[in-house]
Each structure stands twice: as C-alpha cells, then as structure tokens.
Write a protein that binds this ligand. Structure first.
Ligand code: FAD
Length: 383
C-alpha cells in the first residue's frame, strides 16, 4: 500500500481521504489550522449543478457527479459518524428586476429543461404568492428545482471523522517543503522533520500556489474573498434560495437567514469588513426589503480557491512523479468536492481517469504560453 499524504483538511482534502479509506488505504492528512477552518467550513453550502463557471461545459459532469455523491454521502456519513450534514433538497428562485435580466434568465430555460431540471418562469404575481415580502417592482423569477444544500462545516467534519474511522490519521502542522528523489516525491517537510510518502495530494485551497516553487511549475490558484451575513429575521423563514445578481439569501437549518456574497481581490485577508456587510445587505434589500430590519447575528469571510481559467485543477503534476493536486473549485468547492476527491483517489491508486478529467488536469498550465490570467467568474445564479 502506498504511503499517501494529503495537505489540507478542507472539503477537497477530506473528501479524498474518505475515498482512499473506502478503498482500504490509510492516508495521513496534514492541516496547519483545523478541519474546515477556512472556506470549507464557512461556505454557504448551496449545491447547485445548473449554473456557475464551466456550466454548461467541462464543470457540468463534475457537478452532476457531485450532486449524486452528496445525496449518497448524507446517509453514509450519518451512519458512519452520527453527524447530520443537514443535507436537504432545495429550490432556487432567481429574480429579475429588468428586461435584460429576465431575457438572460429565460434564455437558460431550454437548456435546463433539456437536462431534466424542473424549471419554469414565474410572473411576479406568482412569486409574491410564494413570498409576499419581496419587492413588488420585480418582473418575475426563474424557478429551478434539483438543487440541494449542506452545512459545509458539518460535511467536512463528517468526512474527516469517517476517514479516521477507516484508518486515516490527521496531524496538526504546516507542510513547509517537499523532497524529491530522482523526480519522485520522497517526503514532505514539516519544519526540520521529513515525513516520508510515496504519493502526495496537494489540497491546500488558495495556498496550493505556494507549492509551485518545489514543483517546477506554476499552480495558478489565487484567493477570491467572499463574505456572508447571518441574520435573525422576524416572521416566516425564507424557504427557497432567492438569488439576484450573484447574491442570494435563504433561511438555513440554524433558523438564521444567510445572505451573501462578495467577490473581492484582497489577497489572503480573511477578515470580515463593514463595507462588505453593507454591500450585501443593501443589494439584497432591493429585492427583499425586510432584510434591513433583521438583526445581524454573525458575519464571516473566507477565500475561494480560484484558478487562472476558473476551472478546478485535479490530477498529477507533470514531471513530479507521485504528486497530485485537487484545488481551484472556486465558488463550487463544496458541491464538487466528492467528485474531485474520488477522482484524486482513483488516480493515486490505479491511475484510472474520470471521463471528465482531461480539461481539468494540471498539465494545461505546464504548456508554454498557457493562460495564467486571473479568471473572473460569470455572475452565477447561486454558488
Ligand atoms: C462566501 C463563500 C460562499 C461559498 N459558498 C459555496 C456554496 O454555496 N457551494 C459550494 O459548492 N461552494 C461554496 N463556496 C466555495 C467553497 O467554500 C470552496 O471552493 C471550498 O471550500 C474550497 O475547499 P478546499 O478544500 O479546496 O480549500 P480550503 O477550504 O481553503 O482548505 C484548504 C486547507 O489547506 C490548509 N493548508 C494550506 N496550506 C497548508 C500547508 N502548507 N500545510 C498544511 N495545511 C495547509 C488550510 O489551512 C486549509 O484548511 C463558497 C466560498 C465562499 C468564500
């Protein structure tokens, strides 16, 4: 059995660890902070396979597999660990305030229907019947079923616990370097200590780029900051994901309305800011005025790992035998993590490639002249 080290206990790392233990392998997970201590523990937790960068396109099959595996994992992880990941089905109502937005949303309908999503255009009278507190001046909404949600922290915790039950070990500390023997990974360094391994998975979120200097190639992933405000709203819960111009709000199982989000270029700064709080609230209050009266309970900020072309990076590092990467899932890292984790585990153990993998391989950045320009994600309906 190979000695496998995984760097990072975010969604990508713990999903891969769990998949490995299911196949009888006992990886070592090294995490410098804590399980789900960054984006993976503070994400919105929306699971939406029908919109986002690369959908329709190369991310769509990964998202479909993610949806299928999340439904399976919700039961499996509960049985294995007793942790309820709060997985539940969800519906998205994507609102339009002007004719351009309505046209953009309606243009999605044929594809959504062809893919089998229950989707329909609702005029504002019907939308207000479902949620009378919405602003009356809106034009209507695209209603899409087939989404779901989890509590992203519980999800990571459950994966990590299930992996540990299957024989994985977790170690606290920072990986500070890599050692190679004739082009093959031999060990990871933790300060002065060398931890031997013959396979290595780098799942270090936006910090994965720091490993480029040992790999001899750029892993072009950078942090895209996002913030969420959690509020106590008087009256009935918001029982669908209300989305508008890349922002969204819903009542989560903790009884609070979670409202997000921002896309900020702020380096590795993870501090919540009053500017982001005000921007989220004033934007969403345009469609849902009662938000301005709601009590602010909590605000979070964290960093999405965004790759140079906006697509995840999954697979072997060319020229560095035994080293693999799973990162760059941007706004969809919770949804995509089970599929990315499974694909990484299969690659490390048997070399088997998921059918959707070729456009996501790290090798695309090794080619000379490959685009390492920062991608700006298209305004999604929801994360
Ligand atoms: C506001 C917001 C809302 C979001 N909502 C959603 C959503 O609704 N649905 C969805 O699918 N996605 C969502 N996302 C995206 C999702 O959170 C991320 O894509 C995902 O969590 C990334 O997971 P990861 O494991 O790749 O990285 P991370 O969660 O960043 O984990 C990487 C881990 O590696 C560790 N690490 C780094 N370097 C080292 C080192 N040298 N040694 C040891 N450990 C190291 C870090 O401490 C960290 O714990 C959201 C993101 C944000 C910011």
């Amino acid at each position: 059995m190979p000695d496998i080290v995984i760097v990072g206990a975010g969604a990508a790392g713990v999903a891969a660890a769990y998949e490995l233990t299911k196949k009888g392998v006992k990886p070592l997970i090294i995490e410098r902070d804590a399980i789900g201590a960054h984006a993976s523990g503070f994400a919105f937790g929306g699971l939406n396979p029908f919109s986002g960068h690369g959908i329709p396109g190369p991310v769509y099959p990964v998202a479909q597999e993610g949806m299928r595996l999340h439904a399976q994992l919700a039961r499996e992880l509960h049985e294995a660990t007793g942790v309820d990941t709060q997985y539940r089905q969800a519906e998205v109502l994507s609102l339009a305030a002007d004719g351009d937005e309505r046209a953009r949303l309606m243009a999605l309908l044929p594809w959504l229907k062809a893919e089998g999503f229950p989707a329909e255009w609702l005029d504002m009278r019907d939308v207000l019947r479902a949620e009378p507190r919405l602003a009356p001046g809106l034009l209507g909404a695209l209603r899409i079923g087939g989404a779901a949600e989890v509590d992203s922290y519980r999800y990571c915790l459950a994966l990590a616990q299930a992996a540990e039950k299957g024989g994985a070990t977790a170690r606290h500390g920072e990986v500070t370097g890599l050692r190679f023997d004739k082009g093959r990974i031999a060990a990871v360094e933790m300060g002065r200590e060398a931890v031997p391994c013959d396979k290595l998975l780098l799942a270090a979120g936006p910090w994965t780029s720091a490993f480029g200097k040992w790999l001899g190639m750029d892993i072009p992933v950078r942090p895209l900051k996002g913030q969420i405000v959690r509020l106590r709203l008087k009256g009935k819960p918001l029982n669908a994901y209300f989305g508008w111009r890349g922002n969204y709000a819903v009542t989560k199982p903790d009884g609070l309305v979670w409202a997000g989000t921002t896309e900020e270029e702020a380096g590795f700064d993870e501090r919540p800011t009053p500017e982001a709080r005000d921007r989220i609230l004033t934007t969403l209050a345009t469609i849902f005025p009662p938000l301005m009266e709601a009590e602010i309970v909590h605000q979070t900020a964290c960093l999405r790992p965004l790759s140079a072309d906006g697509l995840p990076i999954v697979g072997p590092v060319p020229g560095k035998e035994g080293v693999f990467v799973a990162t760059g899932a941007g706004r969809k890292g919770i949804l995509l993590s089970p599929a990315m984790g499974r694909a990484a585990a299969d690659l490390m153990l048997t070399g088997a490639q998921a059918a959707w993998l070729p456009p996501l391989l790290p090798a695309r950045f090794a080619k000379s002249g490959a685009a390492t320009q920062a991608a700006k994600p298209a305004a999604p309906l929801l994360d």
